[in-house]
Design a protein around this ligand. Structure first.
Ligand code: R5P
Length: 291
């Protein structure tokens, strides 16, 4: 009977189905191992199937990014409102208390800084990700970016192989696409390639036609926030992404560079998990910010 149920889940799974159709709340994960499912369930809330990841890994490329100069003051107070933390192992070990009890999507590749062309990224040792108790490993994929495409594809594939060995999902991080238009065609290609190579989550960007990106990707897609926007616009971005099929956000600057970061992450949470409209969420933001 158990086998038949598993078979039914496998047959039922398909692009465009909701997570609940597959018997597991994370898209594309119904046939995964227990450990993978457990880790994905720590990231994606089983009640809503969605996540609010707080991204603060920017320093590995940009150094002390505005709003991230003091992780203890800027980020630690926000951790309680996030479903998942996305950061490097250096910041995790030095600046995040180990008793916050939040899943970590560990930035698991490294490369050049903003001072040099992004190239020749390398993967960290998966055993170190295990020591950090990572719930997922985040690895960049640079589609259409010359030699960097092959290097990042190799990192992604290697991370998936090692992640499968130890039950750790990989989040494919689609690069911005330097030479290409930042459009749905590009991000749909990059997202699908990440999933085809075994990523269990894809991080990409919102753009016109986003519903096609989400529908043609067989795993959950979360959106980065990108450059700082006025709060209402950032909340509109979240709302449109969720409406168009995103399973959540992996947001950084629009939270930690907000005039009130704690209010902003709570407003984003309300859009993602509670279905607030941008206007309702902005009102919540203002109320919390003025407290
Ligand atoms: C960039 O270095 C990282 O991948 C960020 O985690 C990602 O871009 C999300 O941050 P933001 O919302 O600031 O774009």
């Amino acid at each position: 009977m158990a086998d038949m149920d598993g078979f039914k889940e496998a047959v039922n799974f398909g692009v465009g189905q909701t997570a609940s159709d597959t018997g597991f709340h994370v898209k594309g994960a119904s046939c995964m191992s227990w450990g993978m499912k457990d880790r994905l369930s720590r990231i994606f809330n089983p009640k809503t199937g969605r996540t609010v990841m707080l991204a603060f890994d920017h320093g590995f490329i940009m150094g002390p990014t505005s709003g991230l100069e003091r992780i203890d003051l800027n980020i630690v107070p926000l951790v309680q409102y996030a479903d998942c933390l996305m950061c490097t192992r250096g910041i995790l070990r030095t600046s995040i208390p180990a008793n916050v009890n939040k899943p970590v999507c560990l930035r698991s590749d490294a490369g050049s800084t903003i001072l040099t062309e992004l190239n020749r990224n390398v993967l960290i040792d998966v055993e170190d990700a295990i020591r950090c108790n990572a719930s997922a490993m985040a690895v960049m994929f640079s589609a259409g970016d010359g030699e960097q495409e092959a290097i990042t594809a190799a990192n992604l594939v290697r991370a998936v192989d090692l992640g499968n060995r130890y039950g750790i999902p990989v989040m494919g991080v689609t690069a911005v696409g330097k030479q290409m238009a930042r459009d749905a065609r590009y991000f749909a290609l990059a997202s699908r390639v990440c999933a085809e190579n075994g990523a269990s989550i894809v991080k990409t960007y919102y753009c016109d036609g986003f519903e096609k990106i989400a529908a043609s990707c067989p795993v959950p897609v979360v959106i980065a926030g990108g450059k700082k926007l006025p709060e209402l616009e950032a909340l509109e971005l979240c709302y449109k992404a969720i409406n168009d099929g995103a399973a959540g956000v992996d947001m950084g600057r629009n939270v930690f560079q907000s005039e009130s970061p704690a209010a902003m992450i709570q407003a984003v949470h309300a859009v993602v998990h509670d279905g607030l409209t941008p206007e309702q969420a902005f009102q919540l933001f203002e109320e919390l910010a003025n407290k």
